[in-house]
Design a protein around this ligand. Structure first.
Ligand SMILES: NC(=O)c1ccc[n+]([C@@H]2O[C@H](COP(=O)([O-])OP(=O)(O)OC[C@H]3O[C@@H](n4cnc5c(N)ncnc54)[C@H](OP(=O)(O)O)[C@@H]3O)[C@@H](O)[C@H]2O)c1
Length: 512
């Protein structure tokens, strides 16, 4: 198992192995907005092997030439800022290594043609016999493509030569389908060949949670129930459902965000120290803590989860439509665009510490953050101070849109009387390390090319996540919502979400 050197040695990555990367779904939105720009950024940073080639596969009748034009347009639009021209040399290098394979992913014959093309491309470019398949397709193709790769003999590893598959999210739509998909792909692939992606983990701050917790001696001693009152994990978006209405109608906020993104943040925040940064050591601890989360009973679902759907409202001074008026959304849709839940972890570190998770679209502010709220200090010294002046310590890890960490603590307001104020110590990534063009996928693509699966989900993690969500899906299905839409676009979600915390004598931290 390789060690992610950049986690321990501060930013030195080795270039990816020599390989042919095959993107299934190469004309799609994800490829255009994220994957092609990320590959360009890697090439520019000299993190792609000199012996690398890309084959795009999709249904569209495109020539390799037309596909190259597609690549250039994607890079111009998404990899560089408006004022900057892409590096002509890097672009030309990249273009020379691009091929296109047209076909239907359901057609077995397509895979034989693709296999021939792979052999031809690797021979022509002097590439090692390593193949990296990226499934940037609708989820209903995941099992099918892997089965067909197996049948065409394209998934079998020989000697030191590897075959790896990145599978996009969502991985299943409930516990049963996730288990089925795991079982199906394991007929063809070994676990070490499977990279279930969660692009949240490509973000620097997410990776930095591990460094922050385990490479500093001052935080870990207080990272437990003795000092922490509760934790809030928020992933709030201001955008609506945009063009993804038909996907979102079947998914909803719970499936779309919680078992993957929010549980990744939860597990990294709460896991025990791993024995090393090797992929399985980290993922063992993440899985262990997810298994320690209390599985909600039907009563818990009713009292400790809440859902919402946005109606029309105002965002940044502009009126915006309600969810039910978005393209490809039913006018009486019951799909939730907001979810909040309270979870408890049954272990020695976290017993009795509530974890409040929430995510939603069309909320007041775009932010992804983890807020650690510490317990109140003993009050004896300040018994004559109004209680509302005695704010508690809070540490917030910001992931989006700015990446940084902020610590809130009490300080005396200068003057002759003892008056307390709250101050903040802020650390912003960009101030310290500058910014580098990053779509969030660079690190993950590189990790796959170097065989480091630390930031990818293992089968047991995915199933542990769905186990926690399944009771919520079941109860919500049995009791369709009656009050949708129940929050205005531009607000912080439905009133019930506030009540969820108020019942515990707490409130959401909405930007402060
Ligand atoms: N878009 C995002 O920002 C985003 C973010 C996170 C995760 N994801 C996940 O990434 C995956 C891809 O999403 P996307 O938005 O890129 O989808 P998309 O824009 O709909 O692209 C789908 C791709 O699949 C190809 N395709 C569809 N049916 C095919 C068939 N029978 N044979 C061959 N090719 C076929 C399409 O080719 P043609 O166009 O030639 O038909 C297209 O290249 C999904 O699992 C999604 O959940 C997407």
């Amino acid at each position: 198992m390789s060690t992610p050197t950049h986690l321990v040695s501060g930013g030195q990555s080795r270039a990816g192995d020599s390989c042919v990367m095959i993107i299934f779904g190469a004309t799609g939105d994800l490829t255009r907005r994220k994957l092609l720009p990320a590959l360009y950024n890697l090439a520019k940073a000299k993190l792609l092997s000199r012996k690398f080639a890309l084959i795009g596969a999709a249904f569209d009748q495109l020539s390799s030439e037309a596909f190259r034009e597609h690549l250039v347009e994607a890079i111009r639009t998404y990899a560089t800022d408006e004022a900057e021209e892409p590096d002509a040399e890097v672009l030309a290098w990249f273009e020379r290594r691009m091929y296109y394979a047209q076909g239907d992913f359901r057609d077995p014959e397509f895979y034989w043609r693709l296999k021939e093309l792979c052999t031809e491309v690797s021979g022509k470019n002097g590439i090692e016999d390593n193949y990296f398949y990226y499934l940037a397709t609708a989820p209903n193709f995941f099992g099918e493509i892997i089965r067909q790769l197996g049948q065409a003999g394209m998934a079998t590893e020989e000697g030191d030569h590897w075959r790896r598959v990145i599978i996009e999210k969502p991985f299943g739509h409930d516990l049963e389908s996730a288990k089925q998909l795991n079982a199906e792909i394991k007929q063809v692939l070994r676990e070490r060949q499977i990279y279930r992606i969660d692009h949240y983990l490509g973000k620097e701050t997410v990776q930095n949670i591990l460094v922050f917790r385990f490479a500093n001696s001052i935080f870990e001693p207080i990272w437990n129930r003795r000092y922490i009152d509760h934790v809030q994990i928020t992933a709030a978006e201001t955008v609506g459902v945009e063009q993804r209405g038909s996907y979102y109608e079947n998914a909803g906020a719970l499936r779309d965000m919680v078992p993957n993104h929010l549980f990744q943040l939860l597990s990294l925040t709460t896991m025990e120290p791993p024995v090393s940064f090797a992929a399985n050591a980290v993922r063992d601890e993440q899985t262990k803590v997810l298994r320690a989360v209390q599985i909600p009973t039907p009563e818990d679902v009713l009292s400790k989860t809440t859902r919402g759907q946005y109606g029309e409202g105002v965002i940044d001074g502009e009126p915006v439509p309600g969810y039910r008026s978005e393209p490809n959304v039913a006018s009486d849709s019951k799909t939730e665009t907001f979810v909040a839940m309270r979870m408890m972890i049954d272990n020695w570190r976290w017993a009795d510490v509530p974890f409040y998770l929430r995510t939603g679209k069309r909320l007041a502010r775009r932010t992804t953050e983890i807020a650690i709220q510490f317990r109140r200090a003993p009050l004896v010294l300040f018994r004559n101070t109004a209680i509302d002046q005695l704010r508690t310590n809070r540490l917030v890890i910001y992931l989006q849109p700015n990446e940084g960490i902020s610590l809130q603590f009490g300080a005396k307001v200068p003057g002759p009387v003892m008056k307390l104020g709250t101050v903040k110590m802020d650390f912003d990534y960009e101030d310290y390390f500058g910014s580098t063009p990053n779509t969030g996928y660079e690190r993950l693509l590189l990790d796959c090319m170097t065989g480091d699966a630390t930031l990818f989900q293992r089968a047991d993690m995915v199933e542990a996540g769905w186990c926690l969500i399944q009771p919520v899906l079941d109860v919500w299905k049995a009791l369709p919502p009656r009050s949708f839409p129940n929050y205005a676009a531009g607000s912080w979600g439905p009133r019930e979400a506030d009540e969820l915390l108020e019942r515990d004598g707490r409130h959401w931290i909405n930007g402060g």
